[in-house]
Design a protein. Structure first.
Length: 248
């Protein structure tokens, strides 16, 4: 990942940003973290080296996903996933775990996530499975994991837009789209990186750093939905929500 120096900082805002990144990364379960020898196979520094993460296929090499989880994340489009969820062929929990794992790996390689709330997502998935057990589908997106650009607000989850001034901002209500997705049965599990204020074509900011392009880590993932682009390219989400304020 490419972020400002994690060492001692001369500026209070840098220290706050470092703590924010540490809290985010600690939200990844220990067993989902990449081994150092795997990371050591990459040319560094990542942001100045032409690593093609797609060809290296580090998701499979990591051993973090099971064979079934790889199949769920690689072989299924949204339509077939929804059909499998509705029929009971797959549970919301196993689909959510699969994409949470893959998102965790994608993030460790590209720095694509800003907020990680996998535990909350798994609680939601289990609730949806209980409803399915009663013969009730919550909606047409029942059990489908969906990632969100950082600009969308979720109650209880931070939304900084890459601004240190918003690090302590409390989000008390959902964006309208979030309410709609939840009503349709979706599972929300992560938010993705953006340019500071979303008004430049490079997903870089001084809180989270730059999101790298998984096809060539020496290039930017662009923006303003670069975090979404990198995550979906690595199949860390079956579908994600971005915006086009500054996309180029």
């Amino acid at each position: 990942m490419t972020v400002p120096d994690e060492g001692l900082s001369s500026y209070p805002w840098e220290a706050r940003a470092i703590k924010k990144r540490q809290r985010r990364n600690e939200a990844i379960p220990e067993e989902w973290r990449l081994r150092q020898n795997l990371l050591g196979s990459l040319k560094t520094p990542l942001e100045r080296s032409k690593n093609n993460l797609m060809e290296l296929n580090l998701v499979r090499q990591s051993g973090i996903l099971t064979v079934k989880e790889l199949q769920i994340t690689e072989s299924s489009d949204v339509t077939s996933l929804l059909e499998a969820l509705a029929s009971g062929q797959l549970t919301a929990e196993e689909v959510t775990v699969s994409f949470c794992k893959r998102a965790a790996v994608a993030h460790q390689l590209t720095n694509c996530l800003t907020e990680i709330f996998f535990d909350q997502a798994l609680e939601r998935a289990r609730y949806l499975d209980r409803q399915k057990g009663k013969g009730q589908l919550v909606g047409p997106l029942h059990g489908l994991p969906i990632s969100l650009k950082d600009s969308f607000q979720i109650a209880g989850v931070a939304s900084t837009l890459g601004l240190t001034a918003y690090l302590d901002h409390s989000v008390e209500s959902n964006s309208a789209l979030v309410d709609i997705l939840l009503a349709l049965g979706a599972v929300l599990y992560c938010k993705t990186n953006v340019p500071q204020t979303m008004m430049t074509p490079d997903s870089h900011n001084f809180v989270f750093g730059r999101t790298l392009n998984p096809w060539n880590t020496s290039l930017s993932a662009e923006g303003s939905s670069g975090g979404e682009g990198a995550l979906i390219a690595m199949r860390g989400a079956p579908i994600g929500v971005g915006t086009d304020i500054a996309d180029m």
